[in-house]
Design a protein around this ligand. Structure first.
Ligand code: ADP
Length: 494
């Protein structure tokens, strides 16, 4: 980690990781038009990248199709070795990748480095899972036949990723795709393409063949999304981003009945029961609300606190929030960076204004940071009513913890479920019976008990309701990239 004043290339051990081109069929390519990537902490330009269009995306899809037969024909072990090599290179270059990531995304450097290592874990995990893609033999209703079930790669896939986890969201899709024997064309978020391109450079060095992994950069996502969904060669689209865009893509994908994995928004409840360890619950909120400045789909959007501990919990959270050090992610000891852009900042301000207008009591924050740009202060607001924006199914996507009291378990479950989303719920209690009742009563894909985190490569990440379709990570995560085929093997009698 070096001074924030040093230009990005000079901060890197290996400047070759900083790419200014898209990657299609093993070639680094430019385009007639370009777009700029900026550092959210300073507003300074970092890079100018090619803005590819629909025709470029079509070419990339054609190349992925051409690369498919040879990639699919490799043994799972051969694909696994390449993925492992890629994982090793990601770990060896973790410092540089973290520096690129913090520069374009803003999160603290240590957190960025953690994300880079986490992104390598998806490569390792799916290098292993790819080798365990097996099938089954089912007894038939006729004695002279057997029913055989095999799994095959789905084919050419596409991926669209967001800016909040610029490394992990790339490998969480590319690793299972490649392990399963698919080829893929990806479009990283326009705010954070440099991390994706650096990872791609390492994939190239690891021996991923030309056309197998393609990275299409663009300042205009719409024509790329239209091509990804409208092109019949693309058999599957995996998207992580907003529910709003997820719905658009799902409508577009209907034309070809394209298979979809969608990791969309959440409106996560964070429930603190009166038997909870308050210090632990406060740290949980810090993790689930202030990490990445609240810009995570698993962010705690509604903190529900049992009335008996409301005062004590609020005071402890306020004191902790006031200690969260905000600053440029390259400075030592910084716990929270800037928001990604002006639009993100304005959304947070709109939410805070609404919370206050509707009777919310500001315990701390609720204003822009004196650091300027898109920095916002860690905020805690109490007495939040259920008519406010976070309760009306909007993710704040910022460092605003809004507290609402509840009286009993049934009420907590009902309030937690009062949303169209169903990604994750956080629950703090030490009562084992309650752990089961609440976990089973809540309509989400994930429940975190006494923890502010749920994401890891071993577990199935994904949501219920409008939070999405499919699962990423875990042994279930590879299924989204495979098709089942049943073979009726008859005529076995002599
Ligand atoms: P956010 O609001 O957090 O940026 P988005 O859902 O807008 O979330 O963005 C997530 C990803 O989806 C980004 O890569 C973005 O470029 C892409 N995207 C946005 N709109 C579209 C669209 N209409 N079609 C395809 N991709 C899109």
């Amino acid at each position: 980690m070096t001074s924030t004043a040093t230009p990005l290339p000079e901060r890197l051990r290996d400047r070759d990781l900083l790419r200014d081109a898209a990657f299609v069929n093993g070639q680094w390519i430019g385009a007639a038009s370009t777009f700029e990537v900026r550092d959210p902490a300073t507003g300074d330009p970092l890079a100018v990248l090619p803005s590819l269009g629909a025709e470029d995306a079509r070419q990339a899809i054609a190349q992925a199709k051409a690369a498919l037969p040879a990639w699919r024909a490799l043994s799972a072990l051969e694909r696994s070795r390449i993925l492992r090599h890629w994982a090793d290179l990601v770990r060896e270059n973790a410092d540089d990748l973290a520096t690129i990531l913090t520069s374009e995304q803003g999160k603290p450097w240590g957190e960025a480095r953690g994300e880079v290592v986490y992104s390598a874990q998806f490569l390792d995990w799916f290098a292993e899972e790819g080798r365990r893609v097996d099938g089954s033999v089912i007894p038939s209703h006729t004695p002279d036949a057997r029913i055989i079930v095999i799994k095959q790669p789905i084919g050419v896939a596409a991926g669209i990723t967001p800016w909040n986890l610029p490394a992990a969201m790339i490998t969480r899709k590319a690793a299972p795709a490649l392990a399963a024997g698919c080829t893929i064309v990806m479009k990283p978020a326009e705010q954070t393409p440099l991390t994706a391109l650096a990872l791609t450079r390492l994939a190239e060095r690891a021996g991923v063949p030309a056309g197998v992994l393609n990275m299409v950069t663009s300042g205009d996502a719409v024509p790329i999304g239209a091509e990804f969904t409208g092109n019949p060669t693309v058999r599957k689209l995996s998207f992580t981003g907003s529910t709003e865009v997820g719905k658009i893509l799902m409508q577009q994908a209907a034309a070809n009945i394209q298979k979809l994995s969608l990791e969309l928004g959440g409106n996560s409840p964070f429930i603190v029961f009166d038997d909870a360890d308050i210090a632990q619950a406060v740290e949980g909120v810090v993790s689930a609300k202030f990490r990445n400045a609240g810009q995570i789909c698993t962010g705690a959007n509604r903190v529900l606190v049992q009335r008996g501990i409301l005062e004590e919990f609020s005071a402890a959270l306020r004191a902790r929030a006031e200690r969260v050090r905000v600053g440029n992610g390259f400075e030592q000891g910084v716990e929270m960076g800037p928001l990604i852009d002006q639009a993100g900042l304005e959304k947070v301000e709109r939410h805070v204004a609404d919370l206050v207008d509707q009777g919310g009591r500001v315990l701390t924050g609720a204003r822009r940071s004196p650091l300027g740009h898109t920095f916002y202060e860690p905020t805690v607001i109490a007495d939040v009513g259920t008519g406010t924006l976070p309760w009306q199914d909007e993710e704040t996507f910022g460092p605003v913890a809004s507290l609402t009291p509840f009286d009993d378990e049934d009420e907590a479950i009902e309030m937690a479920n009062a949303t169209e989303y169903g990604l994750v719920a956080y629950v703090y209690t030490h009562d084992v019976g309650r752990v089961w009742r609440v976990s089973e009563g809540i309509e989400t894909g994930m429940v975190a008990i006494n923890s502010g985190r749920v994401s890891n490569e071993q577990a199935p990440f994904g949501g219920w309701k409008q939070s999405g379709l499919g699962r990423e990570g875990s042994s279930y995560g590879i299924d989204d990239w495979l098709e089942l085929k049943y073979i009726n093997l008859a005529g076995l009698s002599r």
